[in-house]
Design a binder for this molecule. Sequence first.
Ligand code: ADP
Ligand code: ZN
Length: 705
Amino acid sequence: MTSELLHAKLKENFGFEKFRPNQETIITTVLSGQDTLAIMPTGGGKSICFQLPALVLPGITIVISPLIALMKDQVDSLKTNGIAACYINSSQTSEEQQYYIDNLRSNTFKLVYIAPESLSYLDNAFNELTISLIAIDEAHCISAWGHDFRPAYTNLGYLKNRFPSTPVLALTATADKATRTDITKQLNLKNPKTFVASFDRKNLSLEVRPALDRVKQIIDFVENKPNESGIIYCLSRKTTEELAEKLQKKGITAKAYHAGLDNKLRAKTQDEFINDDCQVVCATIAFGMGIDKSNVRWVIHYNLPKNIEGYYQEIGRAGRDGLPAETVLFESYADVIQLQKFASEGLNSDIQLAKLDRMKQYADALSCRRKILLSYFGELVKENCGNCDICKNPPTFFDGTILAQKALSAITRLQESEPLAVIVDFLRGSKNAYIYEKNYQELKTYGIGADISWYDWNQYLIQLINLGYCEIAFHQHNKILLTPFAKKVLFEGEKVKLTTVIKKVIDKNEIKQEKAKAVKNSLFETLRKLRHAIAQEEDVPAYVIFSDAALRQMEILRPMSDDEFLAVEGVGKAKLEKYGSEFINAIIQFHKNKSVVKKGKKESTYDKTLELFQNGLSIEEIAGQRNLGETTIVSHLAKLYVDGNDFDLSQFVSDEEIVAIEKAQIELENPTALRPYFEHFEEKMSYDKIRFGLAFLERKHQTIQ
Ligand code: ADP
Ligand code: ZN
């Protein structure tokens, strides 16, 4: 099949203009009948790799997927694109299952999604079905090496034996080599062609912040993003609940999600999130696996994740639609210690500790974070990414020896018995009760760092901890202890390099409100609401109707005809037919309303001017009464005249003058500004006359047309 034909299929059925990296080669390979292993990051676009071949191939494509919740979404998604698909899993009654199996026999469906545990339902039908392709999604579940082993997957190897000439396509987002080899072996793939797409997700911005005041930081962050869906990952169930409550108090729709909640409540929260009815989910890692929501606009890690694999998978849930999405990770020392404790007590503790260490190195990085992430997955990148906090604000180093000496000697004076906050208070010479109670104000070095802010001292001390000069004794009330290296700085003249502290700017409230208002009145918001209403009617997630990317394009392109609508990314034939007219109407209506609003606003101020004018007041008097400039009143009257209000213009401009202005208009080739006229008449005709003259001409031309 030629590349042109594949592209035509892509547009017609899925509405996309271009393939994402590796999609086309994977599809071509699958269509040639070859077993294939496709490794692509979350959001890389794995589904198209079997959905498009399914349309081209004569028989049925079986898709094995472990996630029952996801099947419905995928099938809904296919249906909105006009593709016949179904799923079979344990959520259905046996009558329903039988119904779908019968329909498979009569070749009604191109794709069937099935959970591995439910494959046996198909056993009897297998002989009568033409199976053209077997796709195994989340294929890493077959491997005990992977992080998500599913026993039901281990039986899947029989499929290749049962259908030796049917190509098998295994897909996963797990890159590690041991898992890859395991997949090939256990699925009995025959010399599979392997494709590894880049794990780079350029649209995800990367940022790490110190965890100081993180709740406030999070509230600020979310308030700045009205209506944008996001996930906040927390380490403990308790944190998810507390955080959700704090956000709710600020009027944000936020819900907690963790394994301890009952199934119904969890399913409800997930549904609300998917359907854009709940903006924020505060979740333990249990959330996100089973959802395919493409318009998650941001992901926050409230706590440090255990390892980079998990972190990357979690941030990967943002921005699947390819639009910019933000990720923020909060780093705290307390988390590191707690995670170290978990890791050292669990299985494979050495490996887990080493992984945690890599995670911490990432968080403490002073060079492009994306490079570090990608190199972890074996991808070497030369260029800095430009979309991480380090690239945007490269750290600057300075000689921090004196600062370090001050801090370390303060710790000595306090006899290594106080936590970080007290050390900072001591350095800054704070006059609080605790300091006085302990008589710390009497000690030498008290207040030697008064010139540096509280926040900055905090950060410098954390840097000193990271550099290994001191450490936190977590089991002894977090007091700060010196390490043997501190001596070198205090007594042996070792130089210390510190980095300048960059404080994240927090938006002012007014900016937030402005932003919220702009968002509320945008075309995007109008379209989003329409999408939401249709989604509810059809009982599918909103992003299944159109992705955020598609709505953004509609906002920019403002399509008002079928052809224009079809040019929007994500609009294929079926979606044009189903939703085109509703969306086009909404866009046209939005345009109309906008101009009415504009007019309405002007009318009210214009009406006042008109009323006073009709009451016989002069321009000067109206200006005085309305506290506006005379020029403004003149422009009001001119506009009122153009809009069809009748009053005697000759009191402002004579017929001869109008004739002269008309001539000038032709000579000057109809300039938009008044100044060229003014100069043309060598400053002898007033601006007011010119304005009224032009108003007269404009109205005349309108009537002629
Ligand atoms: P994965 O399963 O790899 O996480 P999906 O198959 O769910 O990814 O695709 C992620 C998102 O990208 C979906 O919203 C999908 O519609 C979109 N997508 C896939 N391929 C393309 C493409 N070629 N052009 C634009 N968007 C695409
Ligand atoms: Zn970078």
